[in-house]
Design a binder for this molecule. Sequence first.
Ligand code: SF4
Length: 350
Amino acid sequence: MSGIRAVKVGKVIIGGDWPVSVQTMWKEPLPIPGSPGFESALKRISGLSELGCDVLRFAVPDEEAAEALGALAERSVLPLVADIHFDWRIALRCLDFPIAKIRINPGNIGAPWKVAEVTAKAKANGLPIRIGVNSGSLPPDLRDSTDRAGAIVEAAEREVAAFDELGFSEIIVSMKASDVDTTIEVNRRFASRHGIPLHLGVTEAGPLIAGVARNTAALVPLLREGIGSTIRVSLSDTMESEVLAGREILACAGLARKGISIVSCPRCGRASFDTHAFTARWAQRLYSLEATATVAIMGCVVNGPGEARHADLGITGAGDKVIIMRKGEIARTISPEEADTVFEEELKKL
Ligand code: SF4
């Protein structure tokens, strides 16, 4: 038993002994209900779900955005979270709709009675609230602390205490910093003192490569220690990349969920099969499949047949031919031009 409180976010449970969930944040303006963009947004949400996203958060800057989020929440396949800063009335409006969670920063909502109003309505609706601290927005008396990690944890504990006083326990806490060591330190310290589910992530982590590297370095050790109930990999990249990065980080931490694991070679001068192009064409589709399997995409006979042999389904270049392998056996030898069609046929058999 983890000893972590379980909090329900729509159909997802965060905490307890439930699997660590993957989140991302919507990066486009909220679509206008009834517009073609609205239907496209719903389709994209479904795609995110297929890729392994569990929870999707939206910035809600005004009343109009609250209405749009409400309309999306009516039809979304994923639990949607309203992220509100500054204006508690927007949080109250969001709570009129079937959203799954509210994220607020009590520090910028203002007077305690405003936070209390939001909390009371969330409680009445049975919804949890994510609270938390960003290293860039600490309370004034903690800003100059020489113990940065201690200051972040202290700020988070003050928020927790305020919610305790309101008699509200359905909280998830995040403590975000933009560097790896602080992220690890604050979450370790907090987890050693509280059984509250933690939302992990390195904030403002950078573009794709830097962001994945920093989040992996910070999150994998924490997850291996059993710290963290939900993750979001912040990237200056697409939502889909954030979800796939989250999924791979869970796998690195030994928390792989069902789904396809792709093994692909980096390609070198020996390649007789363009693994980059093939992987790019197939990655989205493979990651969207529900089957649990390893797929190997290899360039030549040096390592190709070996890797492909250990995979459930493998494809590798072999001179002017391409070999398809199924569970260690050569299934087909084909021409490169037939690769996509035959791979599709073999994939269906998985
Ligand atoms: S499998 Fe072949 S093409 Fe791919 S990296 Fe290894 S040697 Fe190079």
